[in-house]
Design a binder for this molecule. Sequence first.
Ligand SMILES: Nc1ncnc2c1ncn2[C@@H]1O[C@H](COP(=O)(O)OP(=O)(O)OP(=O)(O)O)[C@@H](O)[C@H]1O
Ligand SMILES: Nc1ncnc2c1ncn2[C@@H]1O[C@H](COP(=O)(O)OP(=O)(O)OP(=O)(O)O)[C@@H](O)[C@H]1O
Ligand SMILES: [Mg+2]
Ligand SMILES: [Mg+2]
Lengths: 254, 254
Amino acid sequence: MTKKIVIANQKGGVGKTTTAINLAASISAMEYKVLVIDIDPQANASSGLGIDVNKGKNTIYEVLIEDLDIKKVISKTSLHYLDVVPAHPRLVGAEIELVNMIARETKLKSAVKPIEKDYDYIFIDCPPSLNVLTINGFACADTALIPIQCEYFALEGLTQLLNTIRLIQKSINKKLDIEGIVLTMYDSRLNLSKLVKEEVVQYFGDKVYKTVIDRNVRLGEAPSYGKPIITFDINSSGSQNYMKLAKEFLKNGK
Amino acid sequence: MTKKIVIANQKGGVGKTTTAINLAASISAMEYKVLVIDIDPQANASSGLGIDVNKGKNTIYEVLIEDLDIKKVISKTSLHYLDVVPAHPRLVGAEIELVNMIARETKLKSAVKPIEKDYDYIFIDCPPSLNVLTINGFACADTALIPIQCEYFALEGLTQLLNTIRLIQKSINKKLDIEGIVLTMYDSRLNLSKLVKEEVVQYFGDKVYKTVIDRNVRLGEAPSYGKPIITFDINSSGSQNYMKLAKEFLKNGK
Ligand SMILES: Nc1ncnc2c1ncn2[C@@H]1O[C@H](COP(=O)(O)OP(=O)(O)OP(=O)(O)O)[C@@H](O)[C@H]1O
Ligand SMILES: Nc1ncnc2c1ncn2[C@@H]1O[C@H](COP(=O)(O)OP(=O)(O)OP(=O)(O)O)[C@@H](O)[C@H]1O
Ligand SMILES: [Mg+2]
Ligand SMILES: [Mg+2]
Protein backbone atom coordinates (compact mmCIF):
# COMPACT_ATOMS: atom_id res chain seq x y z
CA MET A 1 0.00 0.00 0.00
CA THR A 2 1.61 3.25 -1.15
CA LYS A 3 2.21 5.95 1.42
CA LYS A 4 2.20 9.63 0.33
CA ILE A 5 4.03 12.10 2.58
CA VAL A 6 4.08 15.89 2.12
CA ILE A 7 7.16 17.69 3.51
CA ALA A 8 6.00 21.13 4.53
CA ASN A 9 6.74 24.18 6.62
CA GLN A 10 6.08 27.73 5.44
CA LYS A 11 9.18 28.96 7.27
CA GLY A 12 11.95 29.30 4.75
CA GLY A 13 15.25 27.44 4.75
CA VAL A 14 14.40 24.89 7.47
CA GLY A 15 15.57 21.80 5.55
CA LYS A 16 12.43 20.72 3.62
CA THR A 17 14.27 19.98 0.39
CA THR A 18 17.31 18.47 2.10
CA THR A 19 14.96 16.14 4.02
CA ALA A 20 12.88 15.27 0.94
CA ILE A 21 15.96 14.34 -1.10
CA ASN A 22 17.90 12.48 1.59
CA LEU A 23 15.10 10.67 3.40
CA ALA A 24 13.76 9.47 0.04
CA ALA A 25 17.24 8.41 -1.12
CA SER A 26 17.99 6.54 2.14
CA ILE A 27 14.70 4.64 1.95
CA SER A 28 15.28 3.78 -1.72
CA ALA A 29 18.72 2.43 -0.73
CA MET A 30 16.82 -0.21 1.28
CA GLU A 31 15.16 -1.24 -1.97
CA TYR A 32 11.78 0.39 -1.48
CA LYS A 33 10.44 2.11 -4.64
CA VAL A 34 10.37 5.82 -3.91
CA LEU A 35 9.22 8.91 -5.84
CA VAL A 36 10.02 12.54 -5.01
CA ILE A 37 7.53 15.09 -6.42
CA ASP A 38 8.86 18.66 -6.48
CA ILE A 39 6.11 21.31 -6.38
CA ASP A 40 8.37 24.25 -5.49
CA PRO A 41 9.09 26.76 -8.31
CA GLN A 42 12.65 26.99 -6.96
CA ALA A 43 13.02 23.36 -8.16
CA ASN A 44 15.75 22.67 -5.60
CA ALA A 45 14.71 19.02 -5.07
CA SER A 46 14.89 18.53 -8.84
CA SER A 47 18.40 19.95 -9.23
CA GLY A 48 19.52 18.29 -5.98
CA LEU A 49 18.64 14.96 -7.65
CA GLY A 50 20.57 15.74 -10.79
CA ILE A 51 17.84 17.15 -13.06
CA ASP A 52 18.91 20.02 -15.33
CA VAL A 53 16.00 22.34 -14.58
CA ASN A 54 16.85 24.75 -17.39
CA LYS A 55 16.37 22.07 -20.03
CA GLY A 56 12.78 22.86 -19.21
CA LYS A 57 11.15 19.83 -20.78
CA ASN A 58 7.88 18.68 -19.25
CA THR A 59 7.56 19.14 -15.51
CA ILE A 60 4.93 19.19 -12.75
CA TYR A 61 3.82 22.52 -14.19
CA GLU A 62 2.43 20.84 -17.34
CA VAL A 63 0.84 18.15 -15.17
CA LEU A 64 -0.99 20.66 -12.94
CA ILE A 65 -1.83 23.38 -15.48
CA GLU A 66 -2.12 21.48 -18.79
CA ASP A 67 -3.30 18.09 -17.45
CA LEU A 68 -0.30 16.26 -18.95
CA ASP A 69 -0.04 12.58 -17.87
CA ILE A 70 2.38 12.48 -14.91
CA LYS A 71 3.97 9.31 -16.38
CA LYS A 72 5.46 11.54 -19.10
CA VAL A 73 7.47 13.62 -16.56
CA ILE A 74 8.84 10.96 -14.23
CA SER A 75 12.66 11.06 -14.42
CA LYS A 76 15.33 8.62 -13.23
CA THR A 77 17.96 9.58 -10.63
CA SER A 78 21.42 8.18 -9.80
CA LEU A 79 19.68 5.66 -7.50
CA HIS A 80 17.92 2.62 -8.97
CA TYR A 81 14.81 2.71 -6.77
CA LEU A 82 14.40 6.50 -6.69
CA ASP A 83 12.51 8.54 -9.32
CA VAL A 84 11.66 12.25 -9.39
CA VAL A 85 8.92 14.42 -10.88
CA PRO A 86 10.75 17.71 -11.49
CA ALA A 87 9.49 21.27 -11.00
CA HIS A 88 10.32 24.42 -12.96
CA PRO A 89 10.41 28.17 -12.17
CA ARG A 90 7.38 28.70 -14.44
CA LEU A 91 5.41 27.17 -11.55
CA VAL A 92 5.57 30.66 -9.95
CA GLY A 93 2.55 31.57 -12.05
CA ALA A 94 0.55 28.53 -10.94
CA GLU A 95 -1.02 30.38 -8.01
CA ILE A 96 -2.77 32.79 -10.36
CA GLU A 97 -3.35 30.24 -13.12
CA LEU A 98 -5.04 27.80 -10.75
CA VAL A 99 -7.23 30.40 -9.02
CA ASN A 100 -10.21 30.03 -11.36
CA MET A 101 -9.86 26.32 -12.06
CA ILE A 102 -12.42 23.89 -10.68
CA ALA A 103 -10.98 21.62 -7.98
CA ARG A 104 -7.74 23.59 -8.03
CA GLU A 105 -6.71 22.19 -4.62
CA THR A 106 -6.88 18.55 -5.69
CA LYS A 107 -5.13 18.76 -9.06
CA LEU A 108 -2.03 16.98 -7.73
CA LYS A 109 -4.08 14.30 -5.98
CA SER A 110 -5.89 13.37 -9.22
CA ALA A 111 -2.68 13.51 -11.25
CA VAL A 112 -0.86 11.13 -8.90
CA LYS A 113 -3.62 8.50 -8.61
CA PRO A 114 -2.70 6.48 -11.72
CA ILE A 115 0.93 5.98 -10.67
CA GLU A 116 0.59 5.53 -6.90
CA LYS A 117 0.71 1.73 -7.06
CA ASP A 118 4.14 1.87 -8.76
CA TYR A 119 5.79 3.18 -5.57
CA ASP A 120 6.02 2.22 -1.92
CA TYR A 121 6.60 5.84 -0.82
CA ILE A 122 5.93 9.19 -2.46
CA PHE A 123 7.46 12.36 -0.94
CA ILE A 124 6.23 15.82 -1.96
CA ASP A 125 8.59 18.81 -1.50
CA CYS A 126 6.76 22.13 -0.95
CA PRO A 127 7.67 25.82 -1.35
CA PRO A 128 8.06 28.01 1.76
CA SER A 129 4.46 29.26 1.81
CA LEU A 130 0.89 28.12 2.47
CA ASN A 131 -0.24 28.80 -1.08
CA VAL A 132 -2.27 26.69 -3.53
CA LEU A 133 0.81 24.56 -4.40
CA THR A 134 1.42 23.58 -0.77
CA ILE A 135 -2.33 23.02 -0.32
CA ASN A 136 -2.20 20.63 -3.29
CA GLY A 137 0.56 18.77 -1.45
CA PHE A 138 -1.51 18.53 1.74
CA ALA A 139 -4.61 17.43 -0.19
CA CYS A 140 -2.68 14.66 -1.96
CA ALA A 141 -0.80 13.25 1.03
CA ASP A 142 -1.67 10.67 3.69
CA THR A 143 0.64 12.35 6.21
CA ALA A 144 2.73 15.50 6.71
CA LEU A 145 6.38 15.39 7.77
CA ILE A 146 7.50 18.71 9.29
CA PRO A 147 11.18 19.73 9.40
CA ILE A 148 11.92 22.30 12.11
CA GLN A 149 15.20 24.18 12.10
CA CYS A 150 16.74 24.61 15.56
CA GLU A 151 16.21 28.37 15.48
CA TYR A 152 13.85 30.74 17.29
CA PHE A 153 11.98 31.99 14.20
CA ALA A 154 11.26 28.37 13.24
CA LEU A 155 9.15 28.02 16.41
CA GLU A 156 7.06 31.07 15.62
CA GLY A 157 5.46 29.65 12.49
CA LEU A 158 4.30 26.40 14.07
CA THR A 159 0.88 27.61 15.17
CA GLN A 160 0.12 28.89 11.66
CA LEU A 161 1.22 25.57 10.16
CA LEU A 162 -0.91 23.52 12.55
CA ASN A 163 -3.92 25.77 11.89
CA THR A 164 -3.53 25.16 8.17
CA ILE A 165 -3.28 21.40 8.69
CA ARG A 166 -6.47 21.48 10.80
CA LEU A 167 -8.28 23.44 8.07
CA ILE A 168 -7.16 20.88 5.48
CA GLN A 169 -8.29 17.99 7.71
CA LYS A 170 -11.75 19.59 8.10
CA SER A 171 -12.23 20.30 4.42
CA ILE A 172 -10.22 18.70 1.62
CA ASN A 173 -8.37 15.79 3.30
CA LYS A 174 -9.99 14.26 6.39
CA LYS A 175 -7.39 11.52 6.78
CA LEU A 176 -4.28 13.78 6.77
CA ASP A 177 -2.20 12.99 9.84
CA ILE A 178 1.18 14.21 11.13
CA GLU A 179 3.85 11.67 10.17
CA GLY A 180 6.43 13.24 12.42
CA ILE A 181 8.57 16.25 13.27
CA VAL A 182 12.27 16.22 12.48
CA LEU A 183 14.72 18.67 14.03
CA THR A 184 17.28 19.95 11.51
CA MET A 185 20.58 21.85 11.57
CA TYR A 186 21.09 20.90 15.19
CA ASP A 187 24.37 22.06 16.74
CA SER A 188 24.99 20.42 20.10
CA ARG A 189 27.45 23.20 21.05
CA LEU A 190 24.70 25.86 20.92
CA ASN A 191 22.23 26.61 23.71
CA LEU A 192 19.79 27.86 21.10
CA SER A 193 19.63 24.39 19.50
CA LYS A 194 19.03 22.74 22.89
CA LEU A 195 16.33 25.25 23.85
CA VAL A 196 14.45 24.84 20.58
CA LYS A 197 14.67 21.04 20.82
CA GLU A 198 13.20 21.14 24.36
CA GLU A 199 10.32 23.38 23.22
CA VAL A 200 9.52 21.19 20.21
CA VAL A 201 9.55 17.97 22.26
CA GLN A 202 7.32 19.65 24.87
CA TYR A 203 4.91 20.79 22.17
CA PHE A 204 4.76 17.62 20.03
CA GLY A 205 5.77 14.81 22.40
CA ASP A 206 6.46 11.48 20.71
CA LYS A 207 5.62 12.84 17.24
CA VAL A 208 9.22 14.18 17.30
CA TYR A 209 11.72 11.79 15.75
CA LYS A 210 14.44 10.58 18.12
CA THR A 211 16.83 11.07 15.18
CA VAL A 212 18.05 14.65 15.01
CA ILE A 213 19.76 15.97 11.85
CA ASP A 214 22.98 17.71 12.84
CA ARG A 215 24.37 20.68 10.95
CA ASN A 216 26.83 19.17 8.45
CA VAL A 217 28.41 21.12 5.57
CA ARG A 218 28.43 18.00 3.34
CA LEU A 219 24.61 18.24 3.20
CA GLY A 220 25.03 21.70 1.72
CA GLU A 221 27.69 20.59 -0.75
CA ALA A 222 25.92 17.51 -2.11
CA PRO A 223 23.24 19.38 -4.13
CA SER A 224 25.89 21.20 -6.17
CA TYR A 225 26.83 17.76 -7.54
CA GLY A 226 23.18 16.82 -8.08
CA LYS A 227 23.52 13.93 -5.66
CA PRO A 228 21.84 12.87 -2.42
CA ILE A 229 24.20 12.64 0.53
CA ILE A 230 24.24 8.84 0.48
CA THR A 231 25.99 8.80 -2.91
CA PHE A 232 27.97 12.02 -2.33
CA ASP A 233 29.53 11.13 1.03
CA ILE A 234 28.13 8.05 2.74
CA ASN A 235 30.49 8.42 5.73
CA SER A 236 29.40 11.97 6.60
CA SER A 237 27.30 12.64 9.71
CA GLY A 238 24.61 14.00 7.38
CA SER A 239 24.35 10.68 5.57
CA GLN A 240 24.33 8.70 8.79
CA ASN A 241 21.65 10.95 10.28
CA TYR A 242 19.35 10.55 7.30
CA MET A 243 19.87 6.79 7.15
CA LYS A 244 18.94 6.61 10.84
CA LEU A 245 15.89 8.79 10.18
CA ALA A 246 14.88 6.48 7.33
CA LYS A 247 15.00 3.48 9.64
CA GLU A 248 12.96 5.27 12.31
CA PHE A 249 10.45 6.42 9.67
CA LEU A 250 10.01 2.84 8.40
CA LYS A 251 9.72 1.43 11.93
CA ASN A 252 6.99 3.97 12.84
CA GLY A 253 5.08 2.99 9.74
CA LYS A 254 4.75 -0.67 10.71
CA MET B 1 14.68 62.69 0.57
CA THR B 2 13.33 59.39 1.86
CA LYS B 3 14.79 56.21 0.46
CA LYS B 4 12.62 53.05 0.32
CA ILE B 5 14.45 49.72 0.15
CA VAL B 6 12.78 46.32 -0.32
CA ILE B 7 14.66 43.33 1.15
CA ALA B 8 13.80 40.38 -1.04
CA ASN B 9 14.82 36.89 -2.11
CA GLN B 10 12.32 34.10 -2.75
CA LYS B 11 14.77 31.53 -1.37
CA GLY B 12 13.79 30.77 2.18
CA GLY B 13 15.88 31.35 5.28
CA VAL B 14 18.64 33.45 3.65
CA GLY B 15 18.62 36.25 6.25
CA LYS B 16 16.03 38.71 4.85
CA THR B 17 14.40 39.39 8.22
CA THR B 18 17.68 39.38 10.14
CA THR B 19 19.04 41.94 7.66
CA ALA B 20 15.88 44.09 7.73
CA ILE B 21 15.86 44.28 11.53
CA ASN B 22 19.58 44.77 12.09
CA LEU B 23 20.47 47.04 9.19
CA ALA B 24 17.52 49.28 10.07
CA ALA B 25 18.45 49.28 13.76
CA SER B 26 22.11 50.07 13.05
CA ILE B 27 21.18 53.00 10.81
CA SER B 28 18.70 54.31 13.38
CA ALA B 29 21.49 54.18 15.98
CA MET B 30 23.24 56.84 13.87
CA GLU B 31 20.16 59.03 14.39
CA TYR B 32 18.52 58.60 11.01
CA LYS B 33 14.73 58.11 11.23
CA VAL B 34 14.02 54.57 10.04
CA LEU B 35 10.84 52.53 9.49
CA VAL B 36 10.62 48.75 8.99
CA ILE B 37 7.48 47.56 7.17
CA ASP B 38 6.79 43.84 7.60
CA ILE B 39 4.75 42.34 4.74
CA ASP B 40 5.46 38.68 5.55
CA PRO B 41 2.57 36.70 7.13
CA GLN B 42 5.18 35.00 9.34
CA ALA B 43 5.61 38.43 10.98
CA ASN B 44 9.18 37.61 12.04
CA ALA B 45 10.41 41.21 11.63
CA SER B 46 7.53 42.35 13.85
CA SER B 47 8.27 39.91 16.67
CA GLY B 48 12.02 40.40 16.23
CA LEU B 49 11.40 44.09 17.03
CA GLY B 50 9.37 43.34 20.13
CA ILE B 51 5.81 43.43 18.78
CA ASP B 52 3.41 40.87 20.27
CA VAL B 53 1.94 39.62 17.00
CA ASN B 54 -0.83 37.66 18.70
CA LYS B 55 -2.29 40.83 20.23
CA GLY B 56 -3.44 41.18 16.63
CA LYS B 57 -4.45 44.80 16.71
CA ASN B 58 -4.22 46.70 13.44
CA THR B 59 -1.42 45.65 11.13
CA ILE B 60 -0.29 45.97 7.50
CA TYR B 61 -3.14 43.58 6.67
CA GLU B 62 -5.77 46.21 7.50
CA VAL B 63 -3.76 48.80 5.58
CA LEU B 64 -3.57 46.69 2.40
CA ILE B 65 -6.97 44.99 2.50
CA GLU B 66 -9.20 47.47 4.34
CA ASP B 67 -7.45 50.73 3.37
CA LEU B 68 -6.74 51.67 6.98
CA ASP B 69 -4.45 54.73 7.36
CA ILE B 70 -0.90 53.43 7.86
CA LYS B 71 -0.34 56.07 10.57
CA LYS B 72 -2.68 54.06 12.77
CA VAL B 73 -0.44 50.96 12.71
CA ILE B 74 3.03 52.46 13.16
CA SER B 75 4.52 51.09 16.39
CA LYS B 76 7.51 52.17 18.47
CA THR B 77 10.49 49.87 19.11
CA SER B 78 13.18 49.80 21.80
CA LEU B 79 15.18 52.24 19.67
CA HIS B 80 14.26 55.91 19.57
CA TYR B 81 14.68 56.48 15.83
CA LEU B 82 13.24 53.12 14.71
CA ASP B 83 9.53 52.42 14.11
CA VAL B 84 7.82 49.33 12.70
CA VAL B 85 4.62 48.58 10.77
CA PRO B 86 3.79 45.05 11.94
CA ALA B 87 2.41 42.13 9.95
CA HIS B 88 0.07 39.35 11.05
CA PRO B 89 -0.51 35.72 9.95
CA ARG B 90 -3.90 36.72 8.53
CA LEU B 91 -1.87 38.25 5.68
CA VAL B 92 -1.69 34.68 4.30
CA GLY B 93 -5.06 35.31 2.70
CA ALA B 94 -3.96 38.56 1.06
CA GLU B 95 -2.87 36.82 -2.13
CA ILE B 96 -6.40 35.68 -2.84
CA GLU B 97 -8.06 38.77 -1.36
CA LEU B 98 -5.99 41.12 -3.52
CA VAL B 99 -6.42 39.14 -6.76
CA ASN B 100 -9.52 40.98 -7.94
CA MET B 101 -8.67 44.39 -6.54
CA ILE B 102 -7.83 47.23 -8.89
CA ALA B 103 -4.17 48.29 -8.66
CA ARG B 104 -3.46 45.34 -6.34
CA GLU B 105 0.29 45.60 -6.98
CA THR B 106 0.58 49.21 -5.85
CA LYS B 107 -1.52 49.08 -2.68
CA LEU B 108 1.56 49.38 -0.47
CA LYS B 109 3.01 52.20 -2.54
CA SER B 110 -0.12 54.34 -2.16
CA ALA B 111 -0.46 53.48 1.54
CA VAL B 112 3.12 54.58 2.30
CA LYS B 113 3.05 57.88 0.38
CA PRO B 114 1.57 60.04 3.16
CA ILE B 115 4.20 59.03 5.73
CA GLU B 116 7.32 58.82 3.56
CA LYS B 117 8.55 62.28 4.49
CA ASP B 118 8.62 61.32 8.21
CA TYR B 119 11.54 58.91 7.65
CA ASP B 120 14.99 58.98 6.11
CA TYR B 121 14.91 55.25 5.30
CA ILE B 122 12.09 52.74 4.94
CA PHE B 123 12.94 49.00 4.80
CA ILE B 124 10.36 46.44 3.62
CA ASP B 125 10.75 42.80 4.73
CA CYS B 126 9.26 40.28 2.27
CA PRO B 127 8.05 36.67 2.50
CA PRO B 128 10.05 33.89 0.76
CA SER B 129 8.08 33.99 -2.49
CA LEU B 130 7.46 36.14 -5.57
CA ASN B 131 3.78 36.62 -4.79
CA VAL B 132 1.59 39.73 -4.77
CA LEU B 133 2.94 40.79 -1.34
CA THR B 134 6.56 40.75 -2.55
CA ILE B 135 5.50 42.48 -5.77
CA ASN B 136 3.90 45.22 -3.64
CA GLY B 137 7.27 45.60 -1.94
CA PHE B 138 9.09 45.91 -5.27
CA ALA B 139 6.50 48.37 -6.61
CA CYS B 140 6.83 50.59 -3.55
CA ALA B 141 10.63 50.65 -3.28
CA ASP B 142 13.34 52.78 -4.87
CA THR B 143 15.88 49.94 -4.61
CA ALA B 144 16.12 46.23 -3.76
CA LEU B 145 18.65 44.85 -1.27
CA ILE B 146 19.23 41.13 -1.80
CA PRO B 147 20.60 38.89 0.99
CA ILE B 148 22.30 35.75 -0.32
CA GLN B 149 23.09 32.89 2.04
CA CYS B 150 26.48 31.28 1.44
CA GLU B 151 24.90 28.00 0.29
CA TYR B 152 24.54 26.30 -3.09
CA PHE B 153 20.71 26.42 -3.28
CA ALA B 154 20.87 30.18 -2.65
CA LEU B 155 22.67 30.60 -5.98
CA GLU B 156 20.06 28.69 -7.91
CA GLY B 157 17.24 31.16 -7.33
CA LEU B 158 19.15 34.24 -8.46
CA THR B 159 18.14 34.07 -12.12
CA GLN B 160 14.48 33.86 -11.17
CA LEU B 161 14.87 36.82 -8.81
CA LEU B 162 16.60 38.97 -11.41
CA ASN B 163 13.97 38.08 -14.00
CA THR B 164 11.27 39.24 -11.62
CA ILE B 165 13.11 42.50 -10.94
CA ARG B 166 13.43 43.10 -14.69
CA LEU B 167 9.69 42.48 -15.17
CA ILE B 168 8.92 44.96 -12.37
CA GLN B 169 11.26 47.54 -13.91
CA LYS B 170 9.51 47.19 -17.29
CA SER B 171 6.00 47.44 -15.91
CA ILE B 172 5.11 48.78 -12.46
CA ASN B 173 8.32 50.46 -11.26
CA LYS B 174 10.69 51.82 -13.89
CA LYS B 175 13.10 53.36 -11.40
CA LEU B 176 13.67 50.21 -9.27
CA ASP B 177 17.42 49.61 -8.98
CA ILE B 178 19.56 47.07 -7.11
CA GLU B 179 20.79 48.67 -3.88
CA GLY B 180 23.24 45.88 -3.21
CA ILE B 181 23.87 42.21 -2.50
CA VAL B 182 24.85 41.13 0.99
CA LEU B 183 26.38 37.73 1.74
CA THR B 184 24.97 36.18 4.90
CA MET B 185 25.82 33.28 7.25
CA TYR B 186 29.38 33.24 5.95
CA ASP B 187 31.69 30.74 7.66
CA SER B 188 35.32 31.37 6.73
CA ARG B 189 36.23 27.77 7.72
CA LEU B 190 34.00 26.31 5.00
CA ASN B 191 34.97 25.93 1.35
CA LEU B 192 31.29 26.15 0.43
CA SER B 193 31.11 29.69 1.82
CA LYS B 194 34.21 30.74 -0.11
CA LEU B 195 32.95 29.18 -3.37
CA VAL B 196 29.56 30.85 -3.12
CA LYS B 197 31.17 34.20 -2.33
CA GLU B 198 33.42 33.93 -5.40
CA GLU B 199 30.44 33.08 -7.64
CA VAL B 200 28.35 35.98 -6.30
CA VAL B 201 31.17 38.50 -6.70
CA GLN B 202 31.78 37.22 -10.24
CA TYR B 203 28.09 37.54 -11.07
CA PHE B 204 27.32 40.92 -9.44
CA GLY B 205 30.71 42.70 -9.29
CA ASP B 206 30.76 45.84 -7.18
CA LYS B 207 27.05 45.58 -6.34
CA VAL B 208 28.22 43.09 -3.65
CA TYR B 209 28.86 44.74 -0.30
CA LYS B 210 32.44 44.43 0.96
CA THR B 211 30.87 43.74 4.38
CA VAL B 212 30.02 40.06 4.77
CA ILE B 213 27.71 38.91 7.58
CA ASP B 214 29.34 35.99 9.39
CA ARG B 215 27.37 33.15 10.93
CA ASN B 216 26.90 34.20 14.58
CA VAL B 217 24.53 32.46 16.99
CA ARG B 218 23.76 35.74 18.80
CA LEU B 219 21.89 36.87 15.65
CA GLY B 220 19.64 33.85 16.10
CA GLU B 221 19.16 34.43 19.82
CA ALA B 222 18.32 38.14 19.67
CA PRO B 223 14.82 37.75 18.13
CA SER B 224 13.66 35.57 21.03
CA TYR B 225 14.13 38.67 23.22
CA GLY B 226 12.39 40.91 20.65
CA LYS B 227 15.55 42.96 20.22
CA PRO B 228 17.86 43.87 17.37
CA ILE B 229 21.44 42.69 17.83
CA ILE B 230 22.73 46.17 18.65
CA THR B 231 20.70 46.28 21.87
CA PHE B 232 20.94 42.51 22.58
CA ASP B 233 24.71 42.13 22.29
CA ILE B 234 26.58 45.09 20.84
CA ASN B 235 29.96 43.35 21.16
CA SER B 236 28.97 40.29 19.09
CA SER B 237 30.41 39.79 15.62
CA GLY B 238 26.82 39.93 14.33
CA SER B 239 26.35 43.42 15.71
CA GLN B 240 29.71 44.61 14.41
CA ASN B 241 28.98 43.15 10.96
CA TYR B 242 25.62 44.91 10.68
CA MET B 243 27.04 48.21 11.95
CA LYS B 244 29.74 47.96 9.29
CA LEU B 245 27.11 47.15 6.66
CA ALA B 246 25.10 50.18 7.77
CA LYS B 247 28.10 52.43 7.26
CA GLU B 248 28.79 50.96 3.83
CA PHE B 249 25.11 51.30 2.90
CA LEU B 250 25.10 54.98 3.91
CA LYS B 251 28.37 55.67 2.10
CA ASN B 252 27.06 54.09 -1.14
CA GLY B 253 23.98 56.28 -0.91
CA LYS B 254 25.92 59.51 -0.94
N1 LIG C 1 21.63 19.58 8.39
C1 LIG C 1 22.14 20.52 7.58
N2 LIG C 1 23.40 20.93 7.75
C2 LIG C 1 23.94 21.89 6.97
N3 LIG C 1 23.29 22.52 5.99
C3 LIG C 1 22.02 22.16 5.76
C4 LIG C 1 21.37 21.15 6.52
N4 LIG C 1 20.10 21.00 6.06
C5 LIG C 1 19.97 21.90 5.05
N5 LIG C 1 21.12 22.58 4.86
C6 LIG C 1 21.35 23.68 3.93
O1 LIG C 1 20.61 24.79 4.43
C7 LIG C 1 19.94 25.43 3.34
C8 LIG C 1 18.43 25.34 3.58
O2 LIG C 1 17.99 24.02 3.47
P1 LIG C 1 16.84 23.62 2.41
O3 LIG C 1 17.04 24.36 1.15
O4 LIG C 1 16.76 22.15 2.38
O5 LIG C 1 15.59 24.21 3.18
P2 LIG C 1 14.11 24.43 2.61
O6 LIG C 1 13.22 24.44 3.79
O7 LIG C 1 13.85 23.45 1.55
O8 LIG C 1 14.24 25.90 1.98
P3 LIG C 1 13.05 26.66 1.18
O9 LIG C 1 12.15 27.19 2.26
O10 LIG C 1 13.74 27.75 0.41
O11 LIG C 1 12.40 25.64 0.30
C9 LIG C 1 20.37 24.73 2.08
O12 LIG C 1 21.38 25.46 1.48
C10 LIG C 1 20.86 23.37 2.55
O13 LIG C 1 21.88 22.87 1.73
N1 LIG D 1 24.39 35.62 10.21
C1 LIG D 1 23.63 34.75 10.87
N2 LIG D 1 24.20 33.91 11.75
C2 LIG D 1 23.45 32.99 12.40
N3 LIG D 1 22.12 32.84 12.26
C3 LIG D 1 21.51 33.66 11.40
C4 LIG D 1 22.20 34.66 10.66
N4 LIG D 1 21.31 35.32 9.89
C5 LIG D 1 20.12 34.75 10.13
N5 LIG D 1 20.22 33.76 11.05
C6 LIG D 1 19.17 32.86 11.53
O1 LIG D 1 18.87 32.00 10.42
C7 LIG D 1 17.46 31.85 10.30
C8 LIG D 1 17.03 32.40 8.94
O2 LIG D 1 17.20 33.80 8.90
P1 LIG D 1 15.95 34.77 8.58
O3 LIG D 1 14.74 34.28 9.25
O4 LIG D 1 16.40 36.17 8.81
O5 LIG D 1 15.86 34.49 7.01
P2 LIG D 1 14.66 34.93 6.04
O6 LIG D 1 15.23 34.99 4.69
O7 LIG D 1 14.00 36.12 6.57
O8 LIG D 1 13.67 33.65 6.16
P3 LIG D 1 12.22 33.54 5.46
O9 LIG D 1 12.55 33.15 4.05
O10 LIG D 1 11.51 32.44 6.22
O11 LIG D 1 11.56 34.87 5.59
C9 LIG D 1 16.83 32.60 11.45
O12 LIG D 1 16.54 31.69 12.48
C10 LIG D 1 17.91 33.58 11.88
O13 LIG D 1 17.86 33.86 13.25
MG1 LIG E 1 13.14 23.80 -0.41
MG1 LIG F 1 11.93 36.41 6.93
